[in-house]
Design a protein around this ligand. Structure first.
Ligand code: PEP
Ligand code: MN
Length: 370
């Protein structure tokens, strides 16, 4: 899949010293709550503010945001702090109201990105409008859906864009509210290297104590910045109380982050890294050679099974492979789950090879029947 998009530099529409920090309450609850929180955030040194005006709630009966009534509060906060303000929009009507009230940056929420009809309506409403748009990942782990939303906005002429990684919903038990599945945003960055990538640790975590580690990991993966939920009194928040932090806690978190750089500047460091990477290359080469040898034997076994009329899959043998490899992993202090996953893939490939052996050598039915 190839995607070629012309994307504006993040610094041209949200000037900042790396990493970019966008912060603010989950919801704009009252004019005072919004102003007090945002004034403290200005002191903390954040680069832009956020707040939910229209809140997409999973179940009815929860606070759904004040809507248009809260937009003059946003304007007032902008005036007082001088900081750019970002809000979520989910319809052409939201966009019209947001632009009328001088909102600087729009974002598309995870529940909107999933719906191409919705995204197209938004893109059509934005045609000819020069406003930056950030696109959250869809709630389900579907990279194509995320890319599709980006392409629709790009086709409508939006160039000031960023994506926000807020994790993916899952039915399985997890310590995260929305497990991050880091491989998905990493793949997006591979396909769209110029697309600014912003982490929303609040909706990934769902709880305060996980935030720091998620943010640190995002920065170590070269994300351009974060969008984090901050409230003057998180315990009392009308939405997402468990994941919001105070402006002071944000200040402390920013202090604790380790900022690393993606480039190797010192030639000595470059040399050490080169040597270690050379070792990795050699080992990987050996691993690939060994896998080729293994698959060769798999093929021989396939031929033998075919000759003797034995089925490809034997549950007992598979259980034994699966168990022993995990045990070997543990003996070498390797992550047993990783080895289990690798062997599941190897096993699928072995079955594929043996199926080919069985079927290629089989006489086509119409020739054997008289
Ligand atoms: C939000 O940022 O407040 C929000 C509703 O997030 P998401 O769309 O990621 O659920
Ligand atoms: Mn929220």
């Amino acid at each position: 899949m190839s995607v070629q998009l012309d994307i504006a530099d993040l610094q041209t529409w949200l000037p900042h010293q790396s990493p970019l920090v966008i912060a603010g309450p989950c919801s704009a609850e009252t004019e005072e709550q919004l102003l007090e929180t945002c004034l403290k955030l200005k002191e903390t040194g954040v680069h832009a503010l956020r707040a939910g005006i229209w809140k997409p709630r999973t179940r009815p009966g929860s606070f759904e945001g004040h809507g248009a009534k809260a937009l003059p509060w946003v304007q007032a906060v902008k005036q007082t702090t001088g900081l750019p303000f970002c809000i979520e929009v989910a319809s052409p009507q939201h966009i019209e109201l947001a632009l009328k009230h001088e909102v600087d940056v729009l974002w598309i929420g995870a529940r909107t990105t999933v719906n191409p009809f919705n995204v197209q309506d938004i893109a059509d409403a934005l045609r000819g409008v020069d406003v930056p748009v950030m696109i959250k990942n869809p709630v389900n782990p579907d990279l194509k859906l995320w890319l599709g939303a980006i392409e629709r906005l790009h086709q409508a002429g939006i160039r000031k864009m960023a994506v926000i990684h807020r994790g993916f919903s899952t039915y399985e038990e997890s310590k995260y509210r929305n497990p991050p599945m880091w491989q998905i945003p990493i793949e997006l960055k591979r396909l769209l290297p110029n697309m600014p990538l912003i982490c929303d640790p609040s909706h990934i975590a769902g709880r305060r104590d996980l935030l720091l580690r998620i943010v640190q990991k995002a920065l170590d993966l070269n994300y351009e910045g974060i969008m984090i939920e901050v409230h003057r009194n998180p315990q009392e928040a009308w939405s997402d109380a468990a994941q919001q932090i105070t402006p002071e806690a944000l200040g402390e978190m920013l202090q604790r982050l380790e900022l690393r750089h993606p480039n190797i500047e010192d030639p000595l460091d470059a040399n050490i890294l080169d040597t270690l990477r050379q070792k990795i290359d050699n080992i990987d080469h050996e691993i690939v050679e060994l896998l080729a040898k293994r698959m060769n034997i798999v093929e021989q076994i396939g031929e033998y099974k075919k000759e003797k009329g034995i089925t490809i899959f034997q549950l007992e043998r598979w259980n034994q492979v699966f168990r022993t490899r995990s045990e070997w992993a543990q003996q070498h202090a390797l992550n047993a789950e990783l080895i289990a996953e690798i062997y599941k893939l190897i096993h699928v490939e072995s079955i594929r090879i043996q199926t080919e052996v069985m079927q290629n050598q089989a006489q086509p039915k119409d020739q054997t029947q008289g």
